[in-house]
Design a protein around this ligand. Structure first.
Ligand code: NI
Length: 260
């Protein structure tokens, strides 16, 4: 089975066929899927998807592009959602200096606040970091983000940075980009990171792997990502699939342990 550790099935790209597509995932070899919130609406939709599909779990959090919508009341609302059985992480949270939609100071403030929320809720975090590698890592270190653990989703940094995150106890999320011809550094990273610290993900509808690059992505395409990882590691596709499935089950703590 393939575990899709990061998907956005609440996205409007799935408006036409969301239910037909999702319902067929276990039969297509994909289960479970973690749907990751990014906006307030996305968080609501994520909770609804976890209620509808037994194999869909959720992460609640606000993406750095959208932190302008946050206040303490919204944090309290999300923290309440964190107590639900099928909400298994806080995310995606972090810093994005590529799109740069919110001021850096505001992004940092709500990143720190949502890390604290994860600690209070006892959940791991799903980290989004784009062109903000140093600030992301500095904040995670200063805030003792190692205590919650989590994943650096759609990892795009250097091998050295990956080592720093591994030392912090974080998993490295790898998706469609690793299949791109020009993904030399990411291929090196995939080779370097021990298999037991790799999660696979779609980030769908985005980042479809070769041969579907540029098209709408969905969880079944993780098969192409696993092929590349298996080749880089010199193992079978089945081995890569099984290991990354177990890694995600472990990181998201499914089935969840009883919380204090
Ligand atoms: Ni995402």
């Amino acid at each position: 089975m393939i575990f899709d550790s990061h998907a956005h099935y609440d996205d409007e790209a799935f408006a036409e066929d969301r239910d037909a597509l999702l319902a067929g995932m276990p039969a297509a070899g994909v289960s479970p899927i973690v749907n990751v919130g990014a906006s307030l609406r996305g968080v609501e939709a994520t909770v609804a998807l976890t209620e509808k599909y037994p194999f869909v779990y959720g992460a609640v959090g606000i993406h750095p592009d959208d932190v302008g919508s946050l206040d303490e009341e919204k944090i309290a609302w999300m923290k309440g959602l964190c107590g639900r059985e099928k909400i298994v992480a806080v995310g995606e949270i972090g810093l994005d200096y590529y799109w740069d939609k919110e001021a850096h100071a505001l992004q940092k403030k709500w990143f720190v606040r949502q890390l604290a929320m994860a600690k209070e809720a006892g959940l791991p975090v799903v980290i989004h970091s784009r062109e903000a590698a140093k600030d992301t890592f500095d904040i995670m270190k200063a805030e003792h983000a190692g205590s919650t653990g989590g994943v650096i989703h759609c990892y795009s940094g250097s091998k050295e940075m990956a080592r720093d995150y591994l030392n912090l106890g974080y998993y490295i999320g790898i998706g469609g980009v690793v299949t791109f011809k020009n993904a030399r550094v990411l291929k090196e990273v995939a080779q370097y990171v021990p298999l037991e610290w790799i999660l696979v993900e779609t980030d769908c509808p985005y980042l479809a792997p070769v041969p579907f690059r540029g098209k709408r992505n969905d969880s079944r395409n993780i098969a192409y990502v696993l092929d590349v990882i298996a080749e880089l590691k010199g193992i079978s596709r089945e081995e890569a699939e099984q290991a990354t499935w177990e890694n995600a089950m472990r990181m998201y703590r499914i089935p969840k342990q009883e919380r204090a």
